[in-house]
Design a protein around this ligand. Structure first.
Ligand code: HEM
Length: 497
């Protein structure tokens, strides 16, 4: 009897707790049931880890049930999800919705203090973002000198592909070094051999850090109780590698650079550190040096895996849809012929441009963008969102919304071409996000994708391997970046003498 009474009390308590936990502020978006402490994590983990279904299907379910704006809770963090491109544009233009959550893992990357661009907000973020945008443009982004550097990488990549021509290969890790080198030349003025072991290690460490997920990000105390089981130990093993490599480079350059004509982005940054006398500035002395290392790390982390994986998707999709590849080949042969591609060609290659847009839409590489945080109480559309709430843009949901695209599950570059063969811009295409925090490397990424794709398809016909299982367009349930399932492709030389 006492036992039954105890159970009844417990059930009542739980019921009250559930009501309290699920109470929402006025005008706050609706969402699925939230559990005490865990929020909506149990349903999300059940969906992706037990049922092994793509996370995007769960977001689609919520969108159908609660509308284009809904709320979740990731452990202690309340999250509002936007799946409406107009609202995303409105929200991401509001500086008060452009904060970043201070996650434990973000500080652990850079010696315990958050610095740089990716995970910063407020004045320091604005100061650093403005500086990086201005000077990266001076040193490469969109410049002819950059084009030559990227083409050196494309040429070396093609040399490697030629060695494997005709045999099934996994292209998934093939682009990283070439992409890293292009970026490295701009920020540090040097490049590495494609099989340099240190680069391979750094790439692995960046890849593992992006892949890393787990409850420890939401419940940092888990790392103290279960350092191994929570995955923290593994995370801390791979994180410092790239930081230390960059820190060593920064220290070396600080010692070697005499303040003469700057050769690259790092030199300009060092000049700014030396010039800064204001102790409150993020460029000031040791703080400036740590910020430089963190900024370089941000560019690596944000720029390498994204561009490389987009190239992997391009090869995969064009192997799966050979009629689209034929159109690409035809345009390359007609406009470029056998000389090296240049950025000037972009204007005259609408099909290639449309195809790149479609790869970015179809793959939706960064499915929910990077999380933003509200810095004050804000209004998004008809909703009120309090300060310190996370806001996520469900970019993949927008990119696959049948109301917008009609046939979103078809890979159809032609959707971005007008009847006059002009490239169409679509306001719902937001692969680089939008507004105040729009991807800082968008122009570099677009230039790189163009040069790599035209360079590769000028030489190769990319096919599926008849002796391996046919690849699919399905993605792994990954963390920040959506990765294709492992697959093998065969590259065949088109004009072999
Ligand atoms: C296909 C390639 C790429 C895609 C799809 C992509 C996508 C994105 C997205 C969705 C964001 C989040 C923006 C937001 O918070 O709302 C972002 C941020 C960022 N990206 Fe990219 N990116 C790519 C390549 C690059 C490259 C090549 C670089 C650098 C060289 C780069 C540097 C950054 C940085 C620094 C941020 C943070 C901006 C900030 O917080 O203010 N990205 N990117």
């Amino acid at each position: 009897m006492v036992f039954l009474q105890l159970i009844a009390v417990l059930i009542t308590l739980l019921g009250v707790l559930m009501i309290v936990v699920n109470r929402k502020p006025k005008n706050y978006p609706k969402g699925p049931l939230q559990f005490p402490l865990l929020g909506t994590l149990p349903q999300m983990m059940w969906h992706s880890q037990v049922k092994n279904k793509p996370r995007r299907l769960l977001h689609e379910k919520y969108r159908r049930r609660f509308g284009k704006v809904y709320s979740l809770r990731l452990g202690p963090y309340p999250v509002v999800v936007l799946t409406d491109h107009k609202l995303i544009r409105e929200a991401w233009n509001n500086l008060q919705i452009c904060g970043r959550p201070k996650l434990h893992g973000a500080a652990a990357r850079t010696n315990g203090v958050v610095r740089g661009i990716l995970f910063m907000d407020g004045e320091e973020w604005q100061e650093q973002r403005r500086f990086a945008l201005r000077h990266l443009r001076d040193f490469g982004f969109g410049k002819r000198s950059m084009e030559n550097l990227v083409m050196d990488e494309v040429t070396e990549l093609i040399r490697g592909f030629r060695r494997d021509a005709g045999s099934p290969i996994s292209t998934q890790t093939r682009f990283n070094v070439a992409v890293l080198n292009s970026l490295w030349s701009i920020v540090a003025g040097e490049r590495y051999s494609h099989d340099d072991p240190i680069l391979q290690e750094i790439i692995k460490s960046i890849h593992r850090s992006l892949e890393f997920r787990g409850l420890v990000f939401f419940f940092p105390w888990l790392k103290d109780i279960f350092p191994k089981l929570s995955g923290w130990e593994e995370y801390m093993k791979c994180m410092p590698l790239s930081y230390e490599f960059l820190n060593k480079f920064v220290k070396g350059r600080l010692a070697a650079y005499d303040g003469g004509e700057p050769e690259h982005f790092t030199d300009v940054f060092i000049n700014e550190i030396r010039r800064t006398m204001d102790p409150n500035s993020s460029f000031y002395k040791e703080r400036g040096e740590a910020t430089l290392t963190a900024t370089l790390l941000d560019l690596f982390v944000a720029g390498i895996e994204t561009t490389s994986t987009s190239l992997t998707y391009t090869l995969l999709y064009l192997a799966l849809f050979p009629e689209k590849q034929t159109k690409l080949h035809e345009e390359i042969d007609r406009v470029i012929g056998s000389r090296l591609p240049t950025l000037e060609d972009r204007k005259r290659m609408p099909y290639t441009e449309a195809m790149i847009q479609e790869v970015l839409r179809f793959s939706s590489l960064v499915p929910t963008g990077l999380v933003h945080k509200t810095l004050t109480d804000v209004t998004v559309g008809k909703y009120s969102v309090p300060k310190n709430h996370w806001i996520m843009a469900n970019l993949q949901g927008v990119h696959h919304d049948p109301e917008i695209w009609g046939d979103p599950e078809n890979f159809r570059p032609e959707r971005f071409l007008s009847d006059d063969n002009e490239v169409l811009k679509h306001e719902a295409l937001l692969p680089f996000s939008f507004g105040k925090r729009v991807c800082l490397g968008e122009s570099l990424a677009r230039d790189e994708l163009f040069l790599f794709i035209t360079g590769i398809f000028q030489v190769f016909d990319v096919q599926t391997d008849p002796n391996s299982p046919r690849p699919t367009t399905e993605q792994l349930n990954s963390n920040i970046i959506a990765i294709p399932k492992p697959h093998q492709l065969v590259l065949k030389e088109r004009h072999k003498e």
